[in-house]
Design a protein around this ligand. Sequence first.
Ligand SMILES: Cc1cc2nc3c(=O)[nH]c(=O)nc-3n(C[C@H](O)[C@H](O)[C@H](O)COP(=O)(O)O)c2cc1C
Length: 415
Amino acid sequence: MNEFRFIGAAARNVFMPMAKKVLTRRNILHYGGGFTLIAGGLITVQAFRTGVWETGTGPAYKPWLDWNTDRSKTLMPMVRAGILASNNHNTQPWRFAVRRRSILLYADTTRALSKYDPFMRELWISLGCVIENMDITARAQGFTPTLQYAQGRLPARPGENGLSLAAKLNVTKSRKRYLKRYAVIPSRRTNRGPYKERRVRKSFLEKLTVIGNADPDIQMKFYESGGQRQQIDNLILSATRDMVLDTEMMAEQRAWLRLNQDEIEKFRDGPTIDTLGLHKFSLAVAKMLPDPDPDEMDENWFETTRNIHLGTSSAIGLFSMRDPYNKAQCIRLGRIWQKIHLICTIEHMAVQPLNQPFKMVDRELQRRQDPRNRRLIAELIGDEKWHGAFAFRIGRAFYEANPSPRRPASDVVIT
Ligand SMILES: Cc1cc2nc3c(=O)[nH]c(=O)nc-3n(C[C@H](O)[C@H](O)[C@H](O)COP(=O)(O)O)c2cc1C
């Protein structure tokens, strides 16, 4: 029995009878910090003694700590930075072939989400995030990178081994250049907790808007208040409801969710309970309780989207693209997202993608359903040349987010 299961069993035996009514994982996940006081007297001592407060420790998190300790003359430091990138559902859909002066980045389509991302659009955006980290790291290592992206449209046709070449990165020797963004590569996190309702500084949003509009095939706009903000909130919320009602999508989402330390150590991927954005104490309590009922978790996700993700965010950003199924455009969008995320990290601003509407556009297309989400997004954007592709919230977080697990670089390198 591992530590967490032991704690769970102890908590169940000792505290459950009296706590049964109020302390369910559902309530904790739902109300978060609200249960801090109720739970406090019950478990503080136990939790301190057993290390439930510890999150993000152990081998599954080592890649965040030793990412820049490689002193070899190889290009491995770039891979080690690449794997720390933001990526869809933490599926880590990548493989790297490392040569003396180049790296081939492959989409690992065996890790694609067939319901959640049926055309691999988000998978390719994720590879763009990886490339951004590799590019910044190449410069810090004293190289000038040049990049070639795969051409054509999605879905990517995989080779026999499930791999599809996404990009080739060549480097030539130059002077070392440390960007501020390089230093924050290991501290970037997706923050799913509550944000302070204070408005984000206008000049900062303007700075991000310039970055979000630097590519001629990609545009980005913030929605802060008024009718359009209401429209995008409704859009995200109704798409969340669509997903909750789609049993196949929910089953796929759950299959990647790592609810205990054993699963985290075994798979070193997927979202974990540590990354749900709970306050430290609520998280400790949630970890001690039995696994939640899947249906309750789905309903809880809907409520959290409404009350926390949309309810506490002063601004929502929306990226649109000329062609959301163009491989190179997806990669370039990923690079911009990663850049924005790193800049937000420097400024202690929290962000979280909220991509339910675009996942639903693809799902409706896959199932040949009425394209309701596509229609609603088109109404919001109001220009048929542009297609919504990625949304996120931004704000100042109440709590720091925890890291998500990563497979080590050595596991994802091929010869
Ligand atoms: C293309 C893409 C889509 C994503 N969609 C969502 C989303 O809809 N909701 C969410 O909470 N996080 C989303 N994320 C964030 C990932 O889940 C997150 O990056 C991943 O779990 C790893 O965690 P980390 O960013 O803290 O390293 C997305 C990230 C990418 C790159």
